[in-house]
Structures are given as structure tokens and as C-alpha cells.
Write a protein that binds this ligand. Structure first.
Ligand code: SF4
Length: 345
């Protein structure tokens, strides 16, 4: 319940005001809040049906958004679902900019909307097209592998895209001794360690501000408190943090690992939204956030109210537009990833 409060402060403020006005008890405030969320969710489900829409939500979305989504997952899962899904005219992509762009590129015949156009990924913004083209000029002929957490304009400059789930596989399948890799330097170091392929970071020091919040001391402290727990961290964490973990993987890999594992307790080193999802969906196991303040405020800009507004009004400023020439080039690098990640499975 506390997560609902944390993740919807604006919503709670409205409800608190309603409660003050009605002079209700704190318990009634909780009831009002739950009731308000439920009413919004029901309205969204009705609108979704009416508008023939499909809602995709990233693992880092707040629980109440995950609950109304048709699919919840990481970048690759959602990219595949968006490409394969037949039927809906409208996709509402509740995540950050680059993910919605990917869905728009793979679904040119559909309208893709975002709940909040200002929900952008700061790491993707560290790697504009010019940075990639300059690196290509300096390292002429070296293949470019870009993390899916990049804007379409950067993807258009890449030979292939990857996700945190398949980055080592994709780099290995590219078959070169060196690759230009960006924008996350830590993921690049992880890939280099696994594959032995030399990674040239593009830009020099791209990072995710959420995953670089984790420090080895956070993991060590929790290990002392929960000696029976398995520690899982995301490869966007620093190599020092990765070294202190029992398992390093993407959000989908962590989810599957925890679900299939015989272990019952897990310390989770990624954005707290994944902890919410695992607590809700994996019964009988305990999930402890490695750092409860590891919240991506960009992802959390999306709310149920904004999703409702998009379904009701389809505001032009929320429609994802990628110029055709950029989309065609970016699509080639995304499809190359999908081909390579299927190949030899
Ligand atoms: S968690 Fe990091 S990589 Fe993901 S959207 Fe937020 S800032 Fe970007």
C-alpha cells in the first residue's frame, strides 16, 4: 500500500483534500484513494475497449498502471509484443520516449501515444545522433551496437540494437574484435567481460542515474541482514556492484530467475517498479529492494489520469512521430537485433 502512496503523490493530495473537506479519518483516506484508483482503472479498461487500444507498460511503471496494461515487460519483450500484436489501432506506451519510438517504428500503421511526452530517458539523451556519427568517423569500419535505450535518431546510425537482456549475445553474433557500444558504459563493461570483445564506449561516460545510485555498501549491508537472500542486480549498475551480486541480468531475466529459482528470498538491485511486479505476481517469495530510493522519476511521470486523457482526447502532442527516413534506418537496426537474438536459439 505504501508504494501506492509514494508513486501517486499528486493523486493522494487530491484525495487528502477530499478527506479533509469531508472530515474523514486516515483509514477512510486510504479507502478513498483505493476507490479512486479502482474507478480510474475501470474507466481506462472501458475506454481501451471502445478505442480498440492496447496498453504496454514497462516493468518500472507504478503498480496501478501495470494492472491495466495488456502487457508488462522490458524493452525487448515490449518491442516484440508491439511488432507481433495484430488488431488494435492504437497503442498507449507507458514508459519513456525511446521505447514508444521503437513501438512506433515497428508499427507504422498504428497510432502510438505516450501518457506524458516529457517522460524522457536522460541516458538516451546523452547519445544524440551527432555523438554516434562522430565516433563512427573516428573509428571507421568498427561496427556500432547501440543499447535500445537510445533515441530513434541514434538507432538510425547503428548497425544493430541490443537490450540489457541480449547485449552479450548480440555483440558475440556481430563477430568483430571491437565494437562501438553505447550509451551505457556499465553495460558495455559487462558485455566486454562476458564476451571478451573490446568495447569502445559511445559517449565516453554514458550512465543511468538510477542504477548508478547502487553502491557495494548497500549490497553488503543487506547481505548481513539477510544472509539467506540471493542478490540480483542490473548490468547498468557499476562493475563493483555487479561483482557483489549472485546474479546479473535484465529485468526480464531477474523476473524469470526469481520465479524459477528454488530460493525464496531476493535482494533486487534495479528500479523499484520491478520489485512491485515480482511481489504481486510471484507468490510465496520475498523481494527486498536493494535501495528503496532507486526510483526513475522519468518513468514515474506516467499516471492513470494521463492514460485516461490520452484514450479520451488523443492529444496530438502525445502522438509519437518519427520522421520516415529515420524510422526506416532505425527499423533495420532493430530488426537486425530481433533476427540475431532468434538465431541459434
Ligand atoms: S531507469 Fe535509467 S535507463 Fe531506464 S528510463 Fe530511467 S534513466 Fe533511463
Amino acid at each position: 500500500m505504501s508504494k501506492l502512496f509514494i508513486c501517486a503523490v499528486a493523486e493522494l493530495t487530491i484525495v487528502k483534500k477530499e478527506a479533509e473537506w469531508k472530515k474523514t479519518s486516515p483509514l477512510k483516506v486510504v479507502g478513498l484513494f483505493r476507490g479512486r484508483v479502482r474507478r480510474l482503472q475501470e474507466e481506462i479498461l472501458r475506454l481501451k475497449e471502445r478505442e480498440n487500444a492496447f496498453i504496454l507498460a514497462h516493468n518500472y511503471q507504478v503498480p496501478e498502471i501495470q494492472e491495466v496494461a495488456d502487457a508488462v515487460g522490458d524493452s525487448l519483450e515490449l518491442a516484440r509484443i508491439a511488432q507481433k500484436k495484430r488488431g488494435p489501432d492504437v497503442i498507449v506506451f507507458s514508459a519513456v520516449d525511446f521505447m514508444a519510438e521503437t513501438a512506433a517504428i515497428l508499427n507504422p500503421d498504428r497510432e502510438v501515444y505516450v501518457p506524458d511526452p516529457t517522460a524522457r530517458c536522460p541516458m538516451a539523451l546523452m547519445c544524440p545522433r551527432e555523438v554516434v556519427s562522430e565516433a563512427k568517423r573516428v573509428h571507421n569500419g568498427v561496427p556500432v551496437v547501440l543499447y535500445i535505450n537510445t533515441l530513434a535518431e541514434a538507432k538510425a546510425e547503428a548497425d544493430v540494437v541490443c537490450t540489457s537482456a541480449n547485449a552479450p549475445t548480440i555483440v558475440e553474433k556481430v563477430g568483430a574484435e571491437r565494437v562501438l557500444f553505447g550509451p551505457d558504459k556499465n553495460l558495455g563493461l559487462y558485455v566486454e567481460k562476458i564476451t571478451g570483445v573490446r568495447v569502445i564506449p559511445v559517449p565516453e561516460d554514458g550512465y543511468c542515474y538510477v542504477h548508478t545510485m547502487f553502491e557495494p555498501r548497500h549490497i553488503a549491508r543487506l547481505r548481513r541482514r539477510h544472509p539467506d537472500a540471493v542478490v540480483m542486480v542490473h548490468p547498468e549498475c557499476t562493475l563493483e556492484v555487479q561483482r557483489g551480486a549472485d546474479f546479473v541480468g535484465s529485468t526480464s531475466q531477474m523476473y524469470r530467475y526469481a520465479k524459477d529459482s528454488k530460493h525464496e528470498k531476493f535482494i533486487v538491485g534495479t528500479e523499484v517498479g520491478l520489485v512491485d511486479r515480482m511481489r504481486r505476481e510471484i507468490e510465496g517469495k520475498t523481494f527486498i529492494p536493494a535501495l528503496s530510493r532507486a526510483v526513475c522519476k522519468n518513468m514515474k511521470k506516467n499516471t492513470l489520469e494521463k492514460i485516461r486523457r490520452v484514450l479520451l482526447e488523443k492529444p496530438p502532442e502525445n502522438l509519437v512521430m518519427v520522421p520516415e527516413d529515420v524510422a526506416n534506418k532505425a527499423k533495420r537496426s532493430i530488426e537486425r537485433m530481433l533476427e540475431l537474438s532468434e538465431k541459434g536459439k
